[in-house]
Write a protein that binds this ligand. Structure first.
Ligand SMILES: *Cc1c(COP(=O)(O)O)cnc(C)c1O
Length: 471
């Protein structure tokens, strides 16, 4: 039989669009959208026939496939995912989930008007970040505070405001690259300052900074290595002696702590992370950190410090371009209030609530989940596993966790583990698992218990439903 005949049995687009299965969709979404999806469905079928796969599908199957394509094209491209990677602060997955209080606050200011730059008492112009600034100064003991888009922006504006056209001294062991695009030497360059490197990769002493300070030096900067550790014979200079040296020589001390733990004692699991409070107490003129790492709030860059240094930052013309919007401010203010309620507020911050779930509890949940998946016919086992904060924080600090390891389903579908992981990612809800050693792993550390039914549903549909739609 020639290739032509099954191809000729495919219906023309308009005939497919006029089928009764598609009437409702045409009424709701318009004929153009349905025509486009119908064309996609016919193109797919034609391509399969050309590859020699099967026979021409009947028009009703093509219509159902048209509805699936239409549905997919209408899904938002930015969507919620279930994070089964065990990385709590995955930059690719949007870092920290927001506290409910923050989500409510965002909804309240976003859906209507708010007093973003309006003083309700005076009935006139007010300052944008007043509420957040006063919370930040209370929490860290600093004189003033400012908020920008992210910590990269905080670094740029800090270096620019304090050291444009002059030198910033940084240890060679702290010239970090974070997240592939934050490279400290480049950040200092775009800020218009000159980087002066001191010490070696593993050892930098106070005397190295001391020797490098010259008439053109504006600041000494310490950068938390965040996503790596130099181990073995190492030496670096804590912020207190660095700030003391800076002030004795009339230059600024800047401390980029990265992940944003506010006070010591916040959690045993991050006891080695520098804190904003300690940076301020040690005398840093500016302490910089992210809002969406261990602080557990929205993407933001927070600057706390002296009136003089923050004053220079907020007067810099770049501030206008880096400022945050009302939704960020609302989310940040409610997250900071939870920090003020330390330690009770911690359980309301999702990244900490997830980190604090006892590992025994996770193992129980993994056992129950594995049993359920086995009852669906999958080869599933509960296993201890290792989770991480991630997101450029505490890279060596493993968090004990539990996972369910599932073999890619065999049977009519014969999926490889990579194919299965892909359809999980593209499914609804979307699930991002780990693929390792021929299995797909679902780590429970970053999955709220309330999401487990959706997880089971996503696994069931992608692994077992025979009506598989290529995505
Ligand atoms: C993460 C990090 C940054 C970048 O922060 P973003 O908020 O992602 O822009 C800068 N410095 C340090 C030390 C970091 O850990």
């Amino acid at each position: 039989m020639s290739l032509e005949s099954p191809l000729r049995r495919l219906p023309p687009v308009h005939a497919l669009v006029d089928r009764p299965e598609l009437l409702e969709a045409t009424r709701r979404f318009g004929r153009d959208a349905v025509v486009e999806a119908a064309r996609g469905s016919i193109d797919e079928a034609r391509a399969a026939l050309v590859r020699g796969e099967g026979s021409a599908p009947n028009p009703s199957t093509l219509a159902v496939r048209t509805l699936v394509i239409l549905d997919q094209s209408r899904r938002p491209s930015l969507r919620a995912v279930i994070n089964a990677t065990g990385i709590l602060l995955n930059t690719g997955l949007g870092r920290a989930p927001l506290p409910l209080e923050a989500v409510d606050a965002v909804a309240r200011v976003a859906s209507g008007y708010c007093n973003l730059e309006y003083d309700l008492g005076l009935g006139g112009r007010g300052a944008r970040a007043d509420g957040v600034e006063s919370l930040l100064t209370r929490l860290t003991g600093s004189e003033r505070a400012a908020v920008v888009n992210n910590n990269a922006a905080a670094t740029i504006i800090a270096v620019r405001a304090l050291a444009q056209g002059r030198e910033v001294i940084v240890s060679r062991g702290q010239l970090v690259e974070i997240g592939g695009s934050f490279r400290l030497p480049e950040i200092i360059e775009v800020s218009g300052a000159k980087l002066v490197e001191v010490g070696t990769t593993n050892k930098t002493r106070l005397a190295d900074y001391e020797r490098a300070i010259g008439p053109n030096t504006a600041a000494l900067m310490r950068v938390h290595p965040s996503n790596y550790r130099i181990v073995g014979f190492t030496e670096d200079v804590p912020i207190a002696p660095l700030a003391e040296l800076a002030h004795a020589r009339g230059v600024f001390a800047v401390d980029d702590i990265g992940s944003g733990v506010i006070q010591p004692g916040w959690s045993e699991s991050v006891r080695d992370e520098p804190t904003a409070l300690e940076g301020i107490r040690a005398g840093a003129d500016l302490v910089l950190f992210s809002g969406d790492k261990l602080l557990g709030g929205p993407q933001a860059g927070l600057l706390v410090g002296t009136s003089e240094a923050i004053g220079k930052v907020v007067r810099d013309p770049l501030m206008r371009a880096l400022r945050v919007d009302k939704m960020t401010l609302a989310a940040l203010e409610s997250t900071l209030r939870l920090h003020l309620d330390f330690p009770s507020g911690r359980s309301s911050i999702p990244v900490w609530a997830l980190a604090d779930v006892p590992t025994d509890r996770l193992l129980e949940r993994a056992e129950a989940l594995a049993t359920k998946l086995r009852s669906l016919g999958l080869n599933a086992l509960a296993e201890p596993s290792t989770a991480y904060f991630g997101g450029g924080t505490t890279p060596t600090e493993a968090i004990p966790s539990a996972a369910v390891r599932v073999e890619a389903p065999v049977g009519p579908l014969k999926l490889s583990e990579g194919d299965w992981a892909r359809s999980l990612r593209l499914g609804d809800p979307s699930v991002v698992p780990r693929v390792r050693g021929g299995s797909v792993w679902f780590d429970l550390r970053a999955i709220p218990e309330a999401d487990e039914p959706s997880l089971v549903d996503a696994i069931r549909r992608t692994a077992l439903d025979v009506e598989r739609t290529s995505a």
